[in-house]
Design a protein around this ligand. Structure first.
Ligand code: PDD
Length: 284
């Protein structure tokens, strides 16, 4: 594919990129990540992703390998070197290499890896026509607020959706929707309120979620941050998901039941437009 990737201080061809077999990211999933969207060669919601990166690192007592200004310029340089106009920048920080031991080293040397993925985001089929989801039990651990690279549970859930011929899965705990496999879940109630789960250790604190909440409030929309049940979602007027990789994407079916008209709804379409125009205005 000929990409240039960044590994611990160097920009190298992707075939030449190497990490130690003793890296704790490899052995223990002892690492965190961020995914930042790129539109027209510019970074979307970058300050939010930096903030959450620091929160994840702090919760895991892991040092940042480089400062924020350096991280921003590494992002820009990677985008420039790969000529990325539209797609994603993936950043991963692990605690680095150490002899295998559950206790982590007192003075770790963290690893920093970054790469790009060219992808059409703005005019994606999912964004235009919506996605179909199934519900699955949420089998993840208790600190979903930390964006770790421990992603086997959501991968398994995603594969269950694929095998069912659908696009994604919404994960359910105690009858309530936590989130999608790699996105936050939202519904629009019959009387027009936007509902998304309140922040806790049960979900990832989505950067796109936070931005959409702020834009919705600015637009005088009624917003409720609370858990909602699978039954409430199936009876909702509209449903959608938010993530850096998909912005605001309509959900048109849950467990074979059409949501609202079965087509992307007006509130979802409006929020996608607002999100795209506002985040593009603030892109760096
Ligand atoms: N995933 N919830 C989960 C479980 C996620 O993995 C993600 C993002 C989100 C949305 O967060 P944000 O709006 O900050 O992207 C919510 C990324 C895109 C991924 O794993 O590729």
């Amino acid at each position: 594919m000929g990409r240039t990737v960044y590994v611990n201080g160097e920009f190298v061809p992707e075939e030449a990129a190497r990490i130690s077999v003793f890296d704790r990211g490899f052995l223990f999933a002892d690492g965190i990540y961020e995914v930042t969207a790129v539109l027209e060669g510019r970074l979307i919601d970058f300050p939010g992703h930096l903030r959450r990166m620091h929160r994840s690192l702090g919760e895991l007592d892991m040092p940042a390998p480089v400062g924020d200004a350096a991280l921003e310029s590494l992002h820009r340089e990677l985008v420039a070197r790969n000529g990325l106009e539209e797609g994603l920048v993936y950043l991963q920080i692990t605690r680095g290499a150490a002899d295998r031991d559950f206790a982590w080293p007192a003075e770790p040397e963290p690893s920093l890896v970054m790469f790009t993925q060219a992808r059409g985001l703005e005019n994606s089929l999912a964004g235009r026509e919506g996605i179909r989801v199934i519900s699955v039990p949420d089998i993840r651990w208790g600190r979903r607020d930390i964006k770790t690279v421990q992603l086997l549970a959501p991968s398994m859930c995603k594969m269950m959706a694929r095998r069912a011929g659908k696009d994604d899965a919404w994960m359910i705990e105690d009858g309530l929707v936590t989130e999608g496999t790699s996105n936050n879940a939202w519904i629009v109630t019959g009387d027009g309120a936007l509902v998304t789960r309140d922040l806790s250790n049960a979900i990832l604190h989505g950067i796109t979620r936070a931005a959409v909440l702020a834009y919705a409030r600015e637009a005088q929309m009624r917003v409720e941050e609370r858990a909602f049940s699978l039954d409430e979602a199936k009876a909702a007027a509209e449903a959608f998901v938010t993530a850096a990789s998909s912005f605001v994407t309509p959900v048109v079916e849950i467990d074979g039941i059409a949501i609202g008209s079965g087509k992307p709804g007006p509130v979802t379409r409006r929020l996608r437009e607002i999100y795209l125009s506002e985040s593009r205005r603030q892109a760096i």
